[in-house]
Design a protein around this ligand. Structure first.
Ligand SMILES: [Zn+2]
Length: 69
């Protein structure tokens, strides 16, 4: 007889798509907003007055290779 005690197998709990979908949509919208503010919030496509948003995301804009100046 063996002296080794077997550990119980712990399996990850599956996440139903029905619970995951709202978070995926929310994350997708946040990603699209980030891409808009970093990539297109300037000049004719600007939704906000001034250059505050552009200056706030300016480094990210250059990091991601969007054309700027
Ligand atoms: Zn720039």
């Amino acid at each position: 007889m063996s002296e080794i005690a077997l550990r119980p197998v712990v399996l990850p709990a599956p996440i139903p798509v029905r619970e995951l979908l709202p978070w995926a949509v929310f994350g997708g919208l946040m990603l699209l907003m980030a891409i808009y503010f970093i990539g297109a919030e300037e000049g004719a496509t600007s939704l906000m007055r001034g250059t505050y948003v552009h200056e706030f995301v300016h480094d990210g804009r250059h990091l991601l290779g969007f054309p700027c100046h």
